[in-house]
Write a protein of this length. Structure first.
Length: 216
């Protein structure tokens, strides 16, 4: 029985990929790097900052990474004054799962400051039972985020479930020995996600509740 549900944020719960890609492109242009095409910027959402920028800009130097971080953060705050919306069905599904006694957590490539800011804007400060961010532990696909959440709640890997939209989420779950559900509407295609043998690959977040009941 899955007791601990671990959700990716961007592209899984939150419809924010286009905004993130825009801010990456703006930040690159600002510091003199060639802005990547939108589809390439969306591809790396979910990774920690250094890994993401090294994939987008091979050979990038640390001073450029730090400049990109500051520029990206500034652009994102400017564009995200009205927070990106949840995907349809997310809010009510999360509330229903919480009411049924599931432990709800987040494992994200966002910074702690960024996740706290969106929690505050959405009045979710006390909603999730726990969370991990890429700047306070190892980034995806390293399984440390999951291991730390498992330890926090005294839950075994088989009693947890990772839900995400990227190969990074799926690979992290595989590395942690955790069952997983993929969502097909985010950054990576269903064909890519299915290589990691998720329990299900869903097209609509509203399916999650029934999928969990069917599986467990």
């Amino acid at each position: 029985m899955a007791k601990l549900l671990i959700f990716d944020w961007d592209g899984t719960l939150c419809d924010s990929l286009s905004r993130i890609a825009l801010c990456i492109r703006c930040a690159a242009e600002e510091i003199g790097l060639p802005p990547p095409p939108e589809h390439e910027a969306r591809e790396i959402v979910g990774l920690g900052l250094v890994d993401a920028l090294e994939r987008l800009f091979p050979g990038i130097h640390m001073d450029q990474i730090l400049a990109m971080r500051d520029s990206y953060s500034r652009h994102f705050v400017q564009h995200d004054t009205d927070p990106s919306p949840f995907f349809e069905g997310v809010q009510e599904t999360l509330e229903a799962l919480k009411d049924e006694g599931y432990l709800l957590t987040v494992a994200t490539g966002k910074s702690r400051r960024g996740l706290n800011r969106v929690f505050e804007a959405r009045k979710l400060n006390n909603f999730f039972h726990g969370s991990r961010c890429a700047d306070e532990t190892a980034g995806k696909p390293n399984p440390l985020m999951i291991h730390e959440l498992l330890d926090d709640f005294g839950v075994s890997a088989k009693d947890a479930l990772m839900i995400g939209d990227t190969e990074f989420d799926m690979e992290m779950a595989v590395n942690a020995g955790t069952p997983r559900i993929a969502v097909s509407y985010g950054a990576h295609s269903a064909d890519r996600l299915k290589k990691y043998q998720p329990l299900a690959c869903i097209d609509d977040f509203l399916e999650i509740k029934n999928i969990i009941k069917t599986i467990y």
